[in-house]
Design a binder for this molecule. Structure first.
Ligand code: PBG
Length: 335
């Protein structure tokens, strides 16, 4: 709030509605704006040709090798600067040691090469975490029910290098192990990937809003227990600043808060404190809430989509990962 509005005039000398009276003055005085350049599209990939739907995320599909490039091309044409890839890994390729995560021929690597070979100009963001490859559904290696930290970090560093080799531009660790940003940065440097970006899921909470995503990548059914020993307690915000500070010190270029809409206070604190490129993830459960209510006729989909995304900008996010990226960009293009 400005000094003036805190201490200055009172009605009728000040009438807040004057500036709201006409479209032109609302346009002129608007403080924040959403554009297609603010959007990152998370996209699910599968081995099988065609597409498959995800019941808990109506309207979102997984793309096969023959449909992926067209979908990504459409996003690129709309001005969306980057996509984030998430694989549906066949059960037969999941294991306790998550070996498929570091296979240079895995689904993510093949998808990256396909998009690169098509010459599409957009940024390719790769998830760094073991859950799609883990028969136990966790983001890290599990031994006797415990999620191992340092052993997991070694695998993550190899996964990041493999994904950078395959044409990824950004490695985005979503696993919340300690020390993984430093280890990934060192591994990338050692492999000659000096310009590879790291987008750290720095403040990622142990949230119930991830349910539909786990259906999409097929990790929900296998997950034993919860992720509370590595993802953050939803009650905390100082801890988020601590996490972000550590990840920046270890070499992250960009940081993320996740989930999004219920955690916009965290986005604001991170942006104010660090002033670095700050992203937020409108996660699968948020998508399901908005779209589910709209399908029932309880919300106006067009309006809530843009309003929800603008709220991220107002909170200080530089960009938003959202399953609604293409829909929002189309809507923005229409004006
Ligand atoms: C796991 C991962 C998750 C999401 C992105 N990466 C789920 C989890 O932590 O269990 C969630 C995204 C969403 O809900 O949209 N590495």
């Amino acid at each position: 709030m400005s000094e003036r509005s805190q201490t200055g005039g009172s009605w009728p000398r000040t009438r807040m509605r004057r500036l709201r009276a006409a479209p032109w003055s609302r346009d002129l005085c608007r403080e924040n704006a959403l554009t297609a350049h603010d959007l990152i599209w998370p996209i699910f990939v599968q081995e099988d040709p065609g597409t498959s739907s995800i019941p808990s995320m109506p309207g979102v599909v997984r793309y096969g090798p023959d449909t992926l490039v067209d979908a990504v091309g459409r996003a690129s044409d709309l001005g969306i600067p980057a996509v984030a890839l998430f694989p549906l890994v066949a059960d037969a390729k999941k294991s306790a040691d998550c070996a498929e995560a570091v296979n240079p021929e895995n689904l993510v690597c093949r998808s990256l090469r396909k998009i690169r070979d098509a010459g599409l100009p957009l940024g390719l963001i790769c998830d760094v975490a073991l859950d799609p490859y883990n028969s136990l559904g966790h983001d890290g290696l599990v031994v006797d029910g415990r999620i191992l930290n340092d052993e997991t970090v070694e695998v993550l560093a190899r996964q990041a290098v493999v994904q950078a080799d395959a044409g990824g531009d950004v490695q985005a660790p979503s696993d919340m192990m300690d020390g993984r940003i430093g280890a990934i940065r060192d591994a990338l440097e050692a492999a000659g990937h000096r310009d590879q970006l790291i987008l750290s899921y720095a403040a990622k909470y142990a949230s119930a809003f991830y349910g539909p995503f786990r259906d999409a990548v097929g990790s929900g059914g296998s997950l034993k227990g919860d992720k509370k020993t590595y993802q953050m307690d939803p009650a905390n915000t100082d801890e988020a600043l601590h996490e972000v500070g550590l990840d920046l010190a270890e070499g992250a270029d960009m940081v993320m808060v996740k989930p999004g809409m219920p955690y916009l206070d965290v986005v604001r604190r991170v942006k104010d404190r660090f002033g670095v490129p700050t992203f937020a993830y409108q996660v699968s459960g948020e998508y399901a809430m908005l779209v589910g209510a709209a399908e029932r006729g309880w919300l106006d989909r067009d309006k809530v989509v843009l309003e929800s995304l603008l709220a991220f900008k107002r909170a200080g996010a530089d960009g938003i990962l959202t399953y609604l990226a293409v829909e929002a960009a189309e809507r923005l293009a229409r004006g």
